[in-house]
Design a protein around this ligand. Structure first.
Ligand code: 2YC
Ligand code: MG
Length: 259
């Protein structure tokens, strides 16, 4: 999993506000509205405990503080524990946390201690970015281009197929393409025969993964991927509606999925 850096999380509130207004413009719903539509749940002031974790590459500067800002932005009461790891978990439960948020280098989880529901950041991020893409008001067809069919991309592609979209998929790893073709009926995208799309969902840890030949004027690109899938130049040239934010959209998807 690509690890976030403190640089990615600079001014997370501003990044979230900008992403929220783009989502509103693209889909007619704000991010909360997308979560309600996706999970059919709504918060009733659950208290969230955020536990820093020192394992592996250790604490990422601003990660816990960003989760605090994100949960506040979406109206949850939340606190970051003073201690990390097990001592932090103990502190969170002792001080009344109903939902625990914590992440090591491999898993970022949300656990609702009241109803036992648990969420993993990877599928929750894929599904909400796919849902946002699928609700593009100006889409001219039900064809969607999905780039990245791994732990984040595959659940997103599955969500789009389930919603009746015709998914053309690409991944540098041939095995992941075969998995999506055989398990989801995804159409393998053939770079030799490019086609233009109005809806694109990308989930890779690589930059510039979207070829210009698939971009249509004013298309939507919904992507949690860091670094960004297209250059500023291409974004401007095709007036691409870009929904991209490093942590908040995936986190609120996790929270609504455990309510
Ligand atoms: O500060 C801490 O508590 C660290 N243990 C946090 C590690 C998070 C590692 N995961 C990531 O950087 C992200 C995920 C949040 C989503 C994609 N990569
Ligand atoms: Mg990317």
């Amino acid at each position: 999993m690509a690890l976030l850096t403190p640089k990615d999380l600079i001014n997370i509130n501003k990044q979230l506000q900008e992403a929220d207004s783009t989502v509103q413009r693209v889909t007619g719903l704000d991010i909360k509205g997308i979560c309600k539509a996706l999970y059919g749940t709504s918060p009733s002031s659950e208290k969230v405990g955020i536990v820093p974790v020192t394992s592996g590459n250790g604490i990422i500067g601003n990660f816990s503080a960003s989760l605090h800002a994100i949960t506040q932005y979406f109206g949850f009461e939340s606190f970051v524990t003073d201690m990390p790891d097990v001592s932090g978990y103990y502190e969170a439960v002792r001080d009344g946390a109903e939902i625990i948020l914590m992440a090591d280098d491999y898993t970022f989880l949300a656990h609702n201690l009241k109803n036992g529901k648990m969420a993993n950041n990877q599928p929750c991020t894929g599904i909400i970015y796919a849902e946002i893409a699928s609700r593009y008001l100006k889409a001219y067809s039900k064809d969607v281009f999905v780039v990245g069919l791994g732990k984040v991309g595959f659940p997103g592609a599955a969500h789009l197929v389930q919603k009746g979209f015709r998914v053309y998929g690409y991944d540098p790893d041939e095995n992941l393409i075969q998995r999506a073709v055989s398990n989801l009926g995804v159409i393998p995208f053939n770079p030799e025969k490019p086609k233009k799309f109005s809806i694109i969902f990308e989930a890779t840890p690589c930059a510039n993964t979207i070829p210009e030949s698939v971009l249509s004027e004013n298309c939507v690109l919904s992507t949690p991927g860091i670094p960004c899938a297209i250059s500023e130049e291409l974004q401007t040239k095709y007036d691409v509606q870009l929904v991209a934010e490093p942590l908040g959209i995936g986190t609120v998807s996790m929270l609504y999925s455990v309510l």
